[in-house]
Write a protein that binds this ligand. Structure first.
Ligand code: ALA
Length: 411
């Protein structure tokens, strides 16, 4: 539930439109390519999480397999990616709230949502997991309903909407894949809470495989159906593409409302899982003393790392004011693909140590992650690289200071 909660969200409910604008009807291929890249990385996650069962996942994996410095940079980019993803999710959520209630200001909702979920989260993971489970069931059911109703009583898909299939060629398809990749981010989320999961060596890998397989299938069906119902141009023009698919393609008002509710639930559940993930990762890193120690303080009543949760919520609430959906999503995906490259590199180290023939899989994973990054918008690269440089500086300054302190304390 935690993994699916973290996967199905703004990607399919909102960014499908942005990706369709880039790829045309071939957004269907973009969805497959994105799933393929995620699948390779999921293999590496599975190998690593059955080897290391400690909360903090990406950061811990890279730290143990490559070096503490590489681990730190991975964790550093991970915050960045997840906080910015929080901005995409808040904006996506707000788009659907505005579909239902056109009088409420979009940015108000986008800022309010992370703050509300931050409060739920400070109150403890138990309450959050229950809410998450409910939201997960709702979003899956609605996506399935949309797919089923497109065929019942007879198919309502328009074959002409699939032609021309690739109006912007392969470059469009790959840019679409680089954008829709957002829809797959989060499949490793259970690994960030490994210490809170029973029998993590077995259950974390299983959860990654099930959650990713389910989302690939659901996304594929949804993209085929939405393109066939309203055509890619309408999808591209929409900031709430699934609600518009129903409005123009199926014309069931009740389902349009239900999809909007599910989209709000989906983006909220991913946002919730993102805040949980960010706070647990910050906790793991500050416990290791690579981030300020005060961040790992637990709340006296709820026992949650409340300071890290509050930082995450406040940053996410500010982002929707700073960029468009496509811009924030591209920057998020830069971070995600960077981290997944590091994960694949860590799996290469692990499998080489074991002299396993499977090493070729993470090698291919690393290749496809880097290749997909080339199709991201240029500003995503600039912002991402600036963040990485800031991380490198922070790491060495903090290390120098602690060496100085250590020398001063020596008699
Ligand atoms: N995969 C997540 C989403 O689509 C981040 O919302």
């Amino acid at each position: 539930m935690l993994n699916i909660g973290a996967i199905i969200g703004a990607g399919i409910f909102v960014l499908l439109g942005v990706a369709a604008a880039a790829a045309g009807p071939a957004v269907i291929l973009s969805v497959i390519i994105g799933g393929f890249v995620a699948g390779f990385t999921a293999f590496s996650f599975v190998k690593l999480s059955s080897h290391v069962a400690e909360s903090g996942s990406q950061y811990i994996f890279v730290k143990k397999m490559i070096s503490p410095f590489a681990g730190f940079i991975t964790g550093w980019v991970w915050f960045f990616e997840n906080m910015i993803a929080g901005g995409v999710l808040s904006l996506g959520l707000a788009n659907y709230v505005v579909t239902l209630f056109p009088n409420i200001p979009l940015l108000f909702v986008a800022a309010f949502a992370p703050i509300l979920l931050m409060i739920v989260n400070v109150m403890g993971i138990k309450e959050s997991s229950l809410l998450n489970a409910f939201l997960v069931v709702l979003k899956i059911s609605v996506l399935l309903l949309l797919v089923i109703l497109a065929f019942i009583p007879t198919s309502r898909l328009h074959p002409e909407f699939y032609q021309p299939f690739m109006p912007n060629g392969w470059e469009g398809v790959l840019s679409g894949a680089a954008l829709i990749f957002f829809a797959y981010i989060g499949f490793g989320r259970a690994a960030t809470a490994a210490e809170e999961i029973k029998n993590p060596e077995k259950n974390v890998p299983l959860s990654i495989i099930y959650a990713l397989a389910m989302s690939i299938i659901l996304y594929l069906l949804t993209s085929i159906v939405t393109v066939g119902l309203i055509g890619y141009k309408k999808l591209a023009d929409s900031s709430s593409p699934l609600a518009d698919t129903i409005k123009y393609g199926l014309n069931f008002t009740w389902l349009e409302i239900l999809v909007s509710i599910a989209a709000i639930a989906a983006t909220a559940s991913v946002l919730l899982a993102t805040i949980i993930g960010v706070s647990r990762m910050m906790f793991a890193m500050s416990r290791d003393n690579v981030l300020s120690n005060s961040l790992s303080k637990l709340h006296p009543k709820f026992g949650t790392p409340y300071l890290t949760i509050i930082v995450a919520g406040v940053v996410m609430a500010t982002l929707p004011f700073l960029g468009t959906l496509r811009q924030i999503a591209s920057v998020t995906n830069f971070g995600a693909l960077f981290i997944y490259s590091m994960i694949n590199a860590s799996a290469i180290v692990l499998l080489r140590k074991k002299k396993s023939k499977e090493t070729i899989i993470p090698i291919s994973g690393l290749g496809v992650c880097l290749a997909l990054m080339l199709f991201l918008d240029w500003y995503a690269w600039i912002i991402g690289i600036i963040w990485i440089i800031a991380g490198v500086l922070y790491y060495f300054i903090k290390r120098r200071n602690s060496v100085d302190n250590f020398n001063r304390q020596k008699p």
